[in-house]
Design a protein around this ligand. Structure first.
Ligand SMILES: NC(=O)c1ccc[n+]([C@@H]2O[C@H](COP(=O)([O-])OP(=O)(O)OC[C@H]3O[C@@H](n4cnc5c(N)ncnc54)[C@H](O)[C@@H]3O)[C@@H](O)[C@H]2O)c1
Length: 245
């Protein structure tokens, strides 16, 4: 087992990539702290427990700094430590630059950017005390190649790459590695919401000729969260079937 006895906090863990990651990590021996806005997190944790894994759920928004700091303390009290933070929660509110409202801009910034900042700032002191930690955040391959209608989203996902590099430099001395993943098109609720035409248009740009599955990204998170990646820090691992060139 690649995460035996490790305590992993996964944000946005009730669906899609986060849920696949919680399941994968649990099978590799991790104890799961699952956070999400959605009550579906309860069902996910109940399923994990039935399969014999240890898991707890907290309904929370990563945008709420005060709640995030409180919930990190609660989780640390419950499990005694936090080894892994997966900053996975994210949203889209797509609109072209000429039409995007300030609200659409603010909403995406507050979850995808400030949310990652809040969770990392709350967990990093615990990892520092432990002299051990693994932080992996969700960027996107659109941070590398740009995308029509995604000013707000691309701003946040590019910022995740930048913050990852800064935190790798700042936190490395405390035994903490910090990395991110840049997924391409992955089958989840987020991408199912896209117009069929756009989904079809994406395929010729993916050398492997298909979209990825949530498990493809869970495997990337797993590698970067495991001790196999103990000398890997400050990178962005693209997992997109070869699309971002
Ligand atoms: N699916 C893709 O193709 C793709 C591509 C690139 C990057 N990503 C990134 O991967 C991550 C996961 O994406 P997904 O496709 O699984 O999304 P999803 O929409 O299927 O799941 C996201 C989860 O995050 C939760 N969430 C949203 N806002 C939250 C908040 N404020 N606090 C706590 N939880 C919140 C949602 O309730 C949901 O359960 C996101 O950061 C996304 O931007 C996804």
């Amino acid at each position: 087992m690649r995460l035996k006895g490790k305590i992993a906090l996964i944000t946005g863990g009730a669906a899609g990539i986060g849920l696949a990651t919680a399941e994968r990590f649990a099978k590799e021996g991790a104890k799961i702290i699952l956070w999400d806005l959605s009550d579906k997190g309860n069902e996910a944790v109940e399923r994990l427990k039935k399969e014999g894994h240890e898991a707890i759920f907290k309904k929370i928004s990563v945008t709420n700094e005060v709640e995030v700091h409180k919930a990190v303390e609660e989780a640390r009290k419950y499990f005694g430590r936090i080894d892994i933070l997966i900053n996975n929660a994210g949203i889209t509110k797509d609109r072209t630059l000429l039409k995007m409202s300030k609200q659409e801009w603010d909403d995406v910034i507050s979850v995808n950017l400030t949310g990652v900042f809040n969770c990392t700032q709350a967990v990093a002191p615990i990892m520092k005390e432990q002299n051990y930690g693994r932080i992996v955040s969700a960027s996107s391959n659109v941070a590398i190649r740009g995308n029509f209608g995604q000013t707000n989203y691309v701003a946040t996902k590019s910022a995740v790459i930048g913050m990852t590099k800064v935190w790798a430099i700042e936190l490395g001395r405390y035994g903490i590695t910090v990395n991110c993943i840049a997924p391409g098109f992955i089958h989840t609720a987020m991408t199912d919401a896209m117009p069929e035409e756009i989904r079809k248009q994406s395929l010729p740009h993916i050398p492997l000729g298909k979209w990825g599955m949530p498990e493809d990204i869970a495997n990337g998170y797993l590698y970067l969260a495991s001790d196999e990646a103990s000398f890997v820090s400050g990178i962005c691992l693209t997992i997109d079937g070869g699309a971002a060139r």
